[in-house]
Design a binder for this molecule. Sequence first.
Ligand code: TXA
Ligand code: MG
Length: 340
Amino acid sequence: MHVNLIGALDASPTQRQIHIVMDGRDQTERLSADRAGIARAADLLAEGGLVAFPTETVYGLGGDATGGLSVARIFEAKGRPSFNPLIVHVPDLATAETLIDLGPPLRRLAETFWPGPLTLVAPIRAEAEIADLVTAGLPTLAVRVPLHPVAQALLTTVERPIAAPSANPSGRISPTTADHVLDGLSGRIAAVLDAGPCDVGLESTIIGAGEDRPVLLRPGGLALEEIEAVLGAELAARGADITAPGQLSSHYAPGATLRLNAAAPESGEAWLGFGSEPVLGTPCLDLSPSRDLTEAAANLFAYLRRLDDQSARIAVAPIPETGLGAAINDRLHRAAAPRS
Ligand code: TXA
Ligand code: MG
């Protein structure tokens, strides 16, 4: 609900009260992903409002990356610890290079995989107009060029870099539909652009410049094998220090406890299978009946949510470590970690 505050000033005291309450963005607009919806979303972002938007990985919680206030609102809406730096979204490589110094290996990755589910972390340029809160004081900035046509249209319309973490309350499962976004953030953000479910379903793979060669900061929707094939070398493993706080243990937590690598559910457990037989009398979902890891990645967060609603304990079938399996297992281990 959007109410004109000027009009409210002419109203009687009682009416004024009502208008002021209604103006508090207590309702989140659901915008359709057409020209009018995208224009509305761009206007809200330009005014400093928060808009959740679809990317091919997960829905992002967008705010103007050049405005300290918008970025502060992102942290507020998510209830996120403020030391977590954010990913900035831009429409193309040329715009990215106005913000960060990529260097040859990361530029090769950008040329190969952008637009797509890859985030690159590199030194921020002195002239980049990015609010300090985005980098949380780090000398580097995380940048991504999303592939999703609605994200692309939004970024070219708004003509400014958009900071966007995944559009979920801090510590909860990332949203892959507009309904998931509203479940967690309704009333806390101005709008959500609804373009249906996300194709990849896992957050982007994050690669940093590293000291002597690129380093993996977070496994994600682009398989490591593909990245290493382009680099012609192995990625360095991330150090023990947490440079990407998305790596904090219980980050992707459902309410239920998870038991991983289970052969079958025990009594009282729901069953998240992978090409597995359903178990009678137990809530069951299969990440991919044909054991396709790309399909499993796309289903992962939505299925965790559905089983979380039905059971306090979830048993999960073993997932192979190859391709997107590495990122799926990373998210599952985090979801299964003891709550901090
Ligand atoms: O697919 C995605 O990456 C989604 C969509 C919306 O783009 N975004 C996403 O953002 O997953 P978020 O905030 O949930 O995760 C961003 C990760 C965090 O773990 C953060 O710590 C890391 O990126 N990060 C951001 N800037 C960084 C930096 N300068 N150095 C190291 N890690 C950084
Ligand atoms: Mg997240």
